[in-house]
Design a protein around this ligand. Structure first.
Ligand SMILES: O=C(CO)[C@@H](O)[C@H](O)[C@H](O)[C@H](O)COP(=O)(O)O
Length: 204
């Protein structure tokens, strides 16, 4: 098929309409998650992000947004991805199984004031679910970024905040996820820039 036959309407749908439909309705949930996340950052917590495949590199993308903000003047916030160290990942998978690769790292690296963000396009990744469960047991704030019908992670309510990009198209879900984690970064800063219970309005 010659590229010129791709209808503009189809492109517009893929770029704008479908993601907007998948995102609609989740705005209040995203805002609540950001408010709670900002509270954890105020308390000295860090963000810990994980997922498989495409979401594994999304985890790294989320981290650089927080650690090295592109918008001048925004403060850097501590964040780590559990998908960046192949030696650790394969070592844990070798002896404890792939389902434990995130949970095992969280048990060693996480502090109770931290935030765990698990990402899965279909909500059916056992290691993401195990990671969120381990994080919750440790007292972390847990956020799940899912797609489709939320899968068993969504149904099991294993996270404090569950945001679902409601599309059966994994490409749309992943594109919506990028938009949502950019929003998470932006709105966490909005809340942090307001005076909060543990931070004075004017820092001298
Ligand atoms: O990420 C891509 C392609 O973008 C996949 O091929 C990827 O490997 C799979 O989505 C992974 O298995 C992750 O699945 P899910 O938890 O995101 O549903």
């Amino acid at each position: 098929m010659h590229p010129s036959v791709i209808p503009a309407a189809r492109l517009a749908f893929a770029c704008r309409v479908a993601p907007a439909e998948a995102l609609a309705g989740d705005a209040p949930q995203v805002a609540k998650a950001c408010y709670d996340m900002s509270g954890r950052f105020r308390s000295g917590g860090k963000l810990i992000v994980f997922g498989n495949g495409g979401p594994a590199t999304d985890a790294q993308h989320v981290v650089v947004e927080f650690v090295h903000p592109v918008i001048v003047g925004k403060r850097a916030l501590p964040a780590v991805s559990l998908t960046s160290d192949i030696a650790t990942l394969t070592g844990i998978a070798r002896t404890e199984g792939f389902d434990e690769v995130f949970a095992a790292q969280l048990r060693l690296l996480a502090a109770p004031e931290d935030i765990a963000l698990g990402m899965s396009a279909d909500g059916r990744c056992v290691n993401v679910r195990r990671g969120l469960e381990a994080a919750r047991d440790l007292g972390l704030l847990t956020v799940a970024l899912l797609g489709g019908d939320g899968g068993d992670i969504g149904r099991g309510k294993v996270a404090d905040h569950i945001v679902v990009a409601r599309s059966d198209d994994p490409c749309i879900v992943k594109e919506v996820h990028v938009t949502i984690y950019h929003l998470l970064w932006e709105m966490v800063h909005v809340f942090l820039e307001q005076p909060g219970p543990s931070e004075p309005a004017v820092i001298r």
